[in-house]
Each structure stands twice: as structure tokens, then as C-alpha cells.
Design a protein around this ligand. Structure first.
Ligand code: AMP
Length: 303
């Protein structure tokens, strides 16, 4: 039986999580300590893959770590619940936090370094930068969560500067965020390859999300309707127009008790321009946000 034995050593401000197979994972809180450790890998000409997260990790996050593990010599992850990207204080307060379990999962998945800063470390003083991503951040998540993507860009640009990876891994589950990050590295001439990773789902189709644990048992039974409806919309897209598909999806999901669609839009996968006719693009994506009672879930499907 494979038996993992964890022990934690504290040297200075860096925690080393070790297993019997003698691999070490650095758990670091401070920027200056991260930079020292990262520099050691860089000096050895090791490629660095980076996975930024907000913690409460699940298999979706871990799929990014696994991909980074395959493609790089060294894998770094961050756990930072970024206050700047929450436009709702209650949402920030209720965001799930499971740091001990996360550290264990990251160690088992082959992560080499975790950066777990507190708010003051990332924002020693208010970061007043304002980004402009053209139209991408004005609709869907950008429209319903004002300031959200500016907050994402503030944190991601700082994390990129600290870790300075060769590649960074982002889930297609947050498709609009992926486009924002791609735009960010282009705008700032940051030489990091952004690697998109497919959405990991539960067996009933629900896209894995840290927020899923906030869904009540009663609502959990109905939640597969979201991806089922998106999949059905994909099937029907050869027969129905864009406006018809949108109307159908919204009405099916809204007819489920406690479910309320905030938006369902169909856009071009690359430019994110909304389309009204299938002829406008060969690569359409449907993106949805749904309130399930007070839990907000997002998902998408490529047509
Ligand atoms: P978060 O902790 O929600 O900020 O997510 C961190 C990273 O994990 C982001 O790049 C997300 O897109 C990605 N991610 C979250 N859920 C999933 C999922 N179900 N499948 C793939 N990637 C995901």
C-alpha cells in the first residue's frame, strides 16, 4: 500500500512540506522569500509552470497542476483570495477557504512551491491601476461584476511579476478571464505563454467550482440542468437561430425552482464579440451565469 507520510518543517519563514519519497514543497508567504526560491530554479535553467488559484481546490484546479507538471521542470501555484476582484463583500466573506487541505492536495499532485500571501503582501498600498481591455471586459462577467476583471488583472500582473514563470495555466471554465489574461500579457509585453485548459466536470456534468460546496442539497439535485441545457443548445444550433437558442436556454433554466439566469450570451471565441447569427463566426461560445438560490455559477459551451 502506498503510504504518504507528511511532516512539516519550519525554517525561518518558509514551510517545507515533505513526504517519504523525499520530495519537498515550499509553502511561502512573503514575496522576497518566493523570489529567492524561484531564482534557484531559474539559475538551474529550469522551466517554470504557474497556476494561480483562490484555493478551496478541486480536481479542476488539480488538472491545471498536472498539465503544468507535464510541461515544465518546476510547478508553482498561488492561493490568494483576491479582494480586488470581488465586487460584493458578502461574496468575499463567504468564499470557501480550505488552506490545509489545499496544501496536501498540491503536494500529492506534484506542486513544488505554493505562494500563500496575505492581502497586505500583495497590496501593501491600494493599487490604483486601471486597465482597458476594450470590449472584452464590458459584457457578461464584466457587465454584471463591475471592476471584477480590473481586480483580476491587478492580482495576476503582480503574481506574474513575482513568479516570473515560462507558462501560466488557466481554465476554460472561466473563459472570459482567460481572454482577459491573454490580453493582459499582450498589452504589458509579458513574455509568459498562457495555456488554456479544458473544463473538468462532475460525472453529472456540473462544472467543478469552489462555489459548488455552497449549493444546498436540494438545489444540488437540479444543478446538472445547466450543462444539460447547454449541451442540448449545441445540438439544436444547427436547427435554431441564435436568438431562439438564447431564449430557449434561459427559459428552461429559469423554470427550475430557485434558478435564475443572470445572462446567457453567444460570442465569438476569440474576439468575444456577441453574435446574433451563426454566420458571424465559425467559433462560437455560449456563456452563462446562473444564480442557484444565492450561489452564482458560471459555465460555457463551444458550439
Ligand atoms: P479559481 O480558484 O476559481 O480562481 O480558479 C483558478 C484556476 O482554476 C482558474 O484558471 C480557473 O479557470 C481554473 N478552474 C476552476 N474550475 C475549473 C474547472 N472545473 N476545470 C478547469 N479549470 C478550472
Amino acid at each position: 500500500m502506498y503510504f504518504l507520510f507528511y511532516f512539516i518543517c519550519v525554517f525561518g519563514k518558509i514551510i517545507y512540506v515533505c513526504t517519504l519519497n523525499i520530495s519537498i514543497m515550499y509553502v511561502i508567504k512573503h514575496i522576497k522569500d518566493v523570489k529567492i526560491e524561484i531564482q534557484k530554479f531559474t539559475d538551474q535553467k529550469k522551466s517554470i509552470g504557474f497556476v494561480p488559484t483562490m484555493g478551496a481546490l478541486h480536481e479542476g484546479h488539480l488538472s491545471l497542476i498536472k498539465r503544468a507538471r507535464q510541461e515544465n521542470d518546476m510547478v508553482a501555484a498561488s492561493i490568494f483570495v483576491n479582494p480586488a476582484q470581488f465586487n460584493n463583500k458578502e461574496d468575499l466573506k463567504n468564499y470557501p477557504r480550505t488552506p490545509d487541505k489545499d496544501i496536501e492536495s498540491l503536494k500529492k499532485t506534484g506542486c513544488d512551491l505554493i505562494f500563500i500571501p496575505d492581502d497586505k503582501e500583495i497590496y501593501p498600498e491600494p493599487d490604483m491601476r486601471v486597465f482597458n481591455f476594450g470590449d472584452i471586459d464590458k459584457l457578461m462577467e464584466g457587465k454584471f461584476r463591475p471592476g471584477h476583471f480590473n481586480g483580476v488583472a491587478l492580482a495576476v500582473s503582480k503574481l506574474f511579476d513575482i513568479i516570473n514563470p515560462h507558462r501560466a495555466y488557466f481554465g476554460e471554465k472561466d473563459y472570459q478571464q482567460l481572454l482577459i489574461v491573454k490580453a493582459l500579457v499582450k498589452q504589458l509585453n509579458i513574455p509568459i505563454e498562457i495555456v488554456p485548459c479544458p473544463t473538468i466536470r462532475e460525472s453529472d456534468g456540473l462544472a467543478m467550482s469552489s462555489r459548488n460546496r455552497l449549493i444546498t442539497e436540494e438545489n444540488r439535485k437540479n444543478v446538472p440542468i445547466i450543462y444539460k441545457t447547454l449541451s442540448r443548445a449545441k445540438e439544436l444550433s444547427t436547427k435554431m437561430s441564435v436568438p431562439e437558442i438564447k431564449k430557449t436556454v434561459i427559459s428552461i433554466i429559469n423554470s427550475t425552482p430557485d434558478f435564475m439566469v443572470e445572462y446567457f450570451e453567444i460570442a465569438d471565441c476569440n474576439t468575444f464579440f456577441l453574435i446574433n447569427d451563426w454566420a458571424e463566426t465559425k467559433n462560437a461560445i455560449g456563456c452563462i451565469a446562473v444564480y442557484v438560490s444565492n450561489v452564482r455559477l458560471i459555465d460555457n459551451i463551444k458550439f
